[in-house]
Design a protein around this ligand. Structure first.
Ligand code: PLP
Length: 461
């Protein structure tokens, strides 16, 4: 493959094109355009291998909550590596970082929870949650209660089961997904989903009715669980309409359907509370979390379960002789030590209060700068997660043709202005910066984005 014009032989770009298969990338386009090679990070900024500086508006992948440097986290990893670099948790083995972290997560859970299980990614956490739900229902004598309800545009990961929960075409097309037994109901996004004049509350009632009809159609005795992100992230940063989760939870309770809250993005302060479940009064049976759990310094995810689920798993394991599930790196000591230190840093920084204040500033600024823009259909968000959605026709909320690649153009223009933006479906641009971002940095991020949007507006004329 010929390297791009600006990629010298043996440059990082040429070697990348020659050897790397990138996640979420058009491989043909990549062979022409090449990579953006990030060389280092500090605070809310990263620098590429040419020395150009960028503000990271999405904290990498919604995850680098403490930004791109922390001596404390590096020291925690180093110390643990010297003391015990690896041990596992199979067959009742344990170690202190695992015990300490689990205790902290149970203490911080949004509702009474019983036990914590670990994996390495959000996808694995959601796969594990599905397996827990199935195992639980087998253990308590309901082997037919196995179907899972998710939502269109949900993002729960990319493994075979979690990718099936995800409700986005790019994650299903050509992968032969979703697998059987996973059902998707409507996206709770008022901007596109509501009928003309329909209030948020009425829209929420309609969605709860749809959920109830779906459960009845499938047979309540066959429906096991409902998975939801409190705020839908990668599908487009969509906030639930008022009263949505209240009405959804009433339906789930009526038919004895478990609630699995995917807190992979929302957990640890993102929405202005420690958990997204607290922002929306959700009482889950299972919580999955990852990303900010370790500030993304190392891969680790957690599945937090209530006592009802634990009792089912415990009975099942006693019958079979084991809970036959676990990853080599479930509760890896170095990742657990880093996560533990991360949670301590959140406490010391009072991260939730910071997000409440800085997030309110970010939301206000985004609305002031973009709501009146002719290309912006909706500005939405809460805490330190937000999005602007670009539209071709503002009055009719009509998106651009995907082939116009307006979102990707804005992301590209952002790079030129020194801000890394993330384009989602429907030309939606996400903001999910490091939680530590300060007011002046938020202002710079918004300024740079506004300049990038001006550049795209000129291109589209
Ligand atoms: N769940 C949510 C809400 C996510 O945003 C993501 C990733 O962005 C995942 C699950 C999957 O996590 P991972 O990429 O670590 O597998």
């Amino acid at each position: 493959m010929t390297p791009p014009a600006n990629a010298a032989r043996n440059s990082n770009a040429a070697r990348d094109i020659a050897n790397v298969l990138h996640p979420y990338t058009d491989h043909r386009a990549h062979a022409v355009n090449g990579p953006l090679v990030i060389a280092r990070g500090e605070g809310v900024r990263v620098w590429d291998d040419q020395g150009k500086e960028y503000i990271e508006a999405v904290a990498g992948l919604w995850c680098a909550s403490l930004g791109f440097d922390s001596k404390r986290l590096a020291d925690a990893a180093h110390k643990q590596m010297l003391k015990l670099p690896f041990y596992h948790a199979f067959t009742a083995k344990s170690h202190e970082p695992l015990i300490d972290l689990s205790e902290m997560l149970i203490e911080r859970a949004p509702c009474p929870m019983s036990k914590v299980f670990y994996a390495n990614s959000g996808s694995e956490a959601n796969d594990t949650a599905i397996k827990m739900v199935w195992y639980y229902n087998n253990a308590i004598g309901r082997p037919e209660k196995k179907k899972i309800i998710s939502r269109l545009k949900a993002y729960h990961g990319i493994t075979i089961a979690s990718g099936s929960l995800t409700g986005l075409p790019a994650n299903h097309k050509m992968f032969d997904l979703p697998i059987a037994g996973i059902i998707h109901v409507s996206t709770p996004h008022h901007y596109h989903g509501a009928k003309p004049g329909e209030s948020e509350e009425d829209f929420a009632t309609r969605l709860a009715t749809e959920l109830e009809e779906t459960i009845l159609r499938e047979g309540p005795e066959t429906v096991a669980a409902f998975f939801a992100e409190p705020v839908m992230g990668a599908g487009g940063v969509m906030l639930p309409p008022a009263t949505y989760f209240e009405k959804i939870q009433a339906v789930l309770r009526k038919y004895d359907v478990l609630f699995v809250a995917d807190e992979v993005i929302c957990g640890f302060g993102r929405t202005g509370n420690y958990w997204g479940c607290q922002t929306y009064d959700i009482t889950p049976d299972i919580i999955t979390c990852a990303k900010a759990l370790s500030a993304s310094f190392l891969p680790i995810s957690a599945i937090i379960i209530n006592d009802k689920i634990f009792q089912g798993l415990a009975d099942g394991s006693a019958t079979i002789g084991t809970w036959g599930h676990g990853f080599t790196y479930s509760g890896h000591p170095v990742a657990a030590a880093v996560a533990l230190e991360t949670l301590k840093i959140y406490d010391e920084l009072n991260i939730v209060d910071h997000v409440k204040t800085a997030g309110a500033h970010m939301q206000k600024l985004l609305r002031e700068r973009f709501e009146g823009h002719p290309l912006v259909g909706e500005v939405r968000g809460i805490g330190m997660v937000a999005a602007i959605e670009l539209v071709a026709d503002k009055a009719n909320k009509k998106n651009f043709e995907p082939s116009a690649k307006v979102g990707p153009r804005l992301a590209k223009a952002g790079e030129a202005e020194g801000v890394i933006l993330r384009g989602l479906a429907n030309d939606t641009i996400a903001f999910s910066p490091p939680l530590i971002m300060k007011t002046d940095e938020i202002e710079q991020m918004v300024d740079r984005t506004a300049r990038a949007l001006d550049a795209v507006t000129v291109q589209l004329r």
